[in-house]
Ligand binder design. Structure first.
Ligand code: C2E
Ligand code: CA
Ligand code: CA
Length: 562
């Protein structure tokens, strides 16, 4: 590397003899900024006051006050200064070994070599040090000094190869609600929390002949000799955390993949540890989980669900069921519309509820295909009913978040409604409230376009997320569907009933109807009716049923005139 081409680096020359300082300074100043000192304590003071600025120290071992060895010892203790390369200046051969053992990377003996040789050795020492630092900066996470993921996996493999007879466990450790710490206390405090956990992980790694890693913001890996008692390490981390965070509800979770799975790669074993760790997301009773056969089956099943999708569409294993919504405004309930809900008859797993596969599809984009399939089925079904009964009942379909990012969504919906001779106002779109969170501009634009095209938009699961009220102000919608969670509680919880009253009041204020879903009992129905809720959906009236059953229902309704 040619040092003259980029910025001039600084070199500190600490030498007791003025003549030597002069010779060295003259040679080095051709290419470097040179600072000189004649004693050890001043050398340390300069290094400390110019942290990060000095690229090399030329150090006379026989300095007065504090000698060169003591300077090196102080530098090692400092940590930060230990990163500065040292070239020892000596006239005794015997001193070389000791200085090299301490921290010196090279030595120059007096009488000095030619200027070319000195410059070459200096250049070499600086370049070597800078390269090492560069490697270390990618090897270690800057904040916690734990290994970064790539290096960690590499070293874990080496560790495993070196100790083929030791059973190793893979541990994934992360925090619940870490983002809250940053939000409430600021990033600096968040960093302290991460460093505290990292210190525990480092210690655990040392105690168990393992290694640790920070794999993402608040996630850590630990590869360690097999251990039966996982509570102890967990308790230690939790204890140190609770010392810092007295009242905040932040907990440590740990997922473990035990070394019994030798047939899989290190990366896979950490995937499994993470899977176990994430399985604790909704579990507040336990702080650690061991990856087991059951989880493995679950994972395989999830993978199957994804890989079977295309086949399922082709073989028409998805069917659409319809759940009636009733208007309860008058004396008798009147069928007002239907909600289309998908169901999957899997050849192996049997009938599957949407909750078991929709979240999987949402993660990888298949949901768009599935939704389009359901919308089309629903539209075709509406036409069939119209032919059969002479009238149309509005049908609502579910629209996922990703659907709203599709610029062609309006065209597609217009196309299928047109093909089936349906007025868009009869085709209702239920958009789940959580869809409103991520990119509001796109969503607001798309919803506006859908409404301009004549579709009616209902806000599903209202009250389940954070943004309900905010969104109401910015987003034009045609109905609110109160989240099922509220309806479950209204019978025994007065506060929830109060909230439901507020939501119904807001809907009235906006001049739009309020729909309650998940109504199972007469009691719930009466409470909602008294509160002024207009439309109700739930098992009390009907579960989601097949198109044929809907036809029966409609015939009956006509016969009974309701
Ligand atoms: P959702 O849109 O909130 O649908 C209402 C869910 O509540 C349905 O569950 C329905 O069967 C259930 N439900 C209705 N009445 C009652 C009741 O009285 N008691 C109880 N306990 N449950 C009731 P389902 O069919 O399992 O659907 C679950 C979720 O899956 C839906 O929640 C929706 O978010 C999603 N989903 C269903 N079909 C589709 C679809 O075609 N596309 C998309 N993107 N999501 C869908
Ligand atoms: Ca819905
Ligand atoms: Ca809902």
């Amino acid at each position: 590397m040619d040092n003259t081409k980029d910025f001039r680096r600084s070199i500190l020359v600490a030498d007791a003899k003025a003549a030597d300082r002069k010779i060295l300074s003259e040679i080095l100043s051709q290419q470097y900024d040179v600072i000189q000192t004649e004693n050890g304590s001043e050398a340390l003071a300069i290094l400390r006051s110019r942290k990060g600025q000095i690229s090399l120290l030329l150090l006379d071992l026989l300095l007065p006050e504090i000698d060169g060895y003591a300077v090196m010892e102080s530098m090692i203790k400092d940590g930060e200064l230990a990163k500065i390369p040292v070239i020892a200046l000596t006239s005794e051969k015997s001193a070389e070994v000791k200085s090299l053992q301490l921290a010196a990377v090279d030595f120059l003996t007096n009488p000095f070599d030619t200027p070319e040789v000195i410059l070459a050795r200096v250049r070499h020492s600086i370049a070597l040090n800078e390269q090492t630092k560069l490697i270390q900066s990618t090897e270690r996470d800057l904040l916690t000094h734990l290994y970064t993921k790539e290096y960690f996996f590499e070293y874990a493999k080496q560790l495993q190869e070196r100790n083929p007879n030791t059973t190793m466990d893979s541990l994934a450790i992360n925090l619940t609600n870490f983002h809250l710490i940053n939000e409430i206390y600021g990033r600096n405090f968040g960093n302290i929390i991460l460093q505290t956990i990292a210190a525990d992980i480092t210690q655990l790694a040392e105690e168990s002949e393992g290694i640790g890693c920070r794999y993402n913001a608040d996630g850590f890996f630990l590869y360690m000799a097999h251990h039966w008692n996982y509570e102890k390490p967990l308790e230690r981390i939790q204890f140190h955390l609770s010392e810092l965070l007295k009242e905040t509800e932040i907990h440590v979770r740990m997922g473990i993949c035990q070394g019994t799975f030798r047939s899989i790669s290190i990366e896979q074993s950490f995937d499994r540890a993470l899977y176990a760790c994430n399985s604790l997301r909704e579990n507040f009773t336990s702080a650690f989980a061991v990856y087991d056969e059951k989880m493995h089956e679950e994972e395989v099943r999830k993978a199957r669900i994804l890989s079977d999708f295309a086949d399922a569409v082709e073989k028409r294993q998805f069917s659409v069921l319809y759940q009636p919504k009733y208007n309860i405004h008058g004396e008798f309930p009147v069928l007002s519309s239907l909600e289309a809900l998908v169901s999957w008859s899997h050849p192996e797993f049997g009938k599957m509820r949407p909750d078991t596969f929709i979240p999987q599809f949402e993660k990888n984009g298949l949901i768009q295909k599935m939704d389009k399939y359901v919308w089309k089925e629903a539209a075709c079904q509406m036409r069939k009913w119209k032919e059969l009964h002479g009238t149309t009942i509005p049908v609502s379909v579910n629209v996922s978040r990703v659907d709203l990012h599709d610029p062609k969504i309006v065209d597609y919906l217009l196309q299928i409604t047109k093909e089936n001779d349906i007025d868009p106002s009869q085709f209702l779109l239920e958009i789940t409230e959580s869809a409103y969170i991520d990119d509001n501009n796109i969503l607001v634009e798309t919803v506006k376009k859908l409404r301009e095209a004549g579709f009616k938009v209902e806000m599903d699961d209202f009250g389940s997320g954070y943004s309900s009220l905010n969104m109401l102000a910015t987003l034009p919608i045609d109905a609110i569907k109160i989240d099922i969670g509220f309806i479950r509680k209204i019978i025994y919880d007065k506060k929830t009933m109060y909230l439901v009253n507020v939501i119904i009041g807001i809907a009235k204020e906006f001049g739009i109807p309020c729909i309650a879903e998940g109504v199972e009992t007469k009691e719930q129905l009466d409470l909602l009716k008294n509160a002024g809720c207009e439309i109700v959906q739930g098992y009390y009236f009907s579960k989601p049923i097949s198109p044929e059953e809907i036809s029966e229902l409609r015939k009956k309704a006509i016969r009974q005139d309701i």
